[in-house]
Ligand binder design. Structure first.
Ligand code: 5GP
Ligand code: ZN
Length: 116
């Protein structure tokens, strides 16, 4: 399958990886929008949050726990951060493999409003 994030998780494409366990992989976003911008992905190819099934509950939890640990590791846990899933067209998702954005290291603007 021609999925860029599957290839990153399998290390077929290089990335700045920061976390790797049996279920989850994480790496630095190539176009960071803040001092810390990390993408946490499942190793299994799942297109979006909209495709999650009951059997993925533990996996989804693991992704959030990885984000929490990475925030601590990056020294941004105390200052705070944002966790973001974009889902589908309205959510602005560009890469069709679930990814949780961990964004922080600076005070962040709100920046979510409908396009009229
Ligand atoms: P989305 O808009 O789908 O929520 O976010 C996709 C994110 O993936 C973007 O922030 C983009 O910069 C990042 N991205 C896309 N392709 C690559 C890549 O090949 N390597 C890395 N490190 N990040 C990528
Ligand atoms: Zn994939």
């Amino acid at each position: 399958m021609d999925c860029i994030f599957c290839k990153i998780a399998k290390k077929e494409i290089p990335s700045d990886s920061v976390f790797d366990d049996d279920l989850v992989f994480a790496f630095k976003d190539r176009a960071p929008i803040a001092p810390v911008h990390i993408l946490i992905i499942p190793k299994e190819h799942i297109k979006s949050i909209a495709d999650l099934k009951e059997e993925h509950e533990a996996l989804a939890g693991r992704m959030i726990m990885a984000a929490k640990k990475l925030a601590e590791q990056a020294g941004i846990a105390e200052g705070g951060y944002k966790l973001l899933f974009r889902v589908g067209r309205h959510g602005g998702q560009e890469v069709p493999h679930i990814h949780l954005h961990l964004i922080g290291g600076a005070k962040l603007a709100e920046g979510i409003k409908p396009i009229r």
